[in-house]
Design a protein around this ligand. Structure first.
Ligand SMILES: [Cu+2]
Length: 68
């Protein structure tokens, strides 16, 4: 397992945190997601043989947020 932290722009409330958490958890190979509204980031624990970091960015952007 690896852990990657991504900085996210556009989260303003708990609903945003929930949206980002949900879309990341739906990706195959993701085993843990910890999204922080205060720090504007997401720590993602994943299996690199099953999912690529580019998919995290795409999922977050599809949900309406920006990865910076
Ligand atoms: Cu929100």
């Amino acid at each position: 397992m690896e852990i990657l932290t991504l900085n996210i722009k556009g989260m303003t409330c708990g609903g945003c945190v929930k949206s980002v958490t949900t879309v990341l958890q739906q990706l195959p190979g993701v085993t843990g997601v910890d999204v922080s509204l205060e720090q504007n980031n997401a720590a993602i624990k994943y299996d690199p043989s099953k999912v690529q970091p580019a998919q995290f960015k795409a999922a977050i952007e599809d949900a309406g947020f920006d990865v910076i």
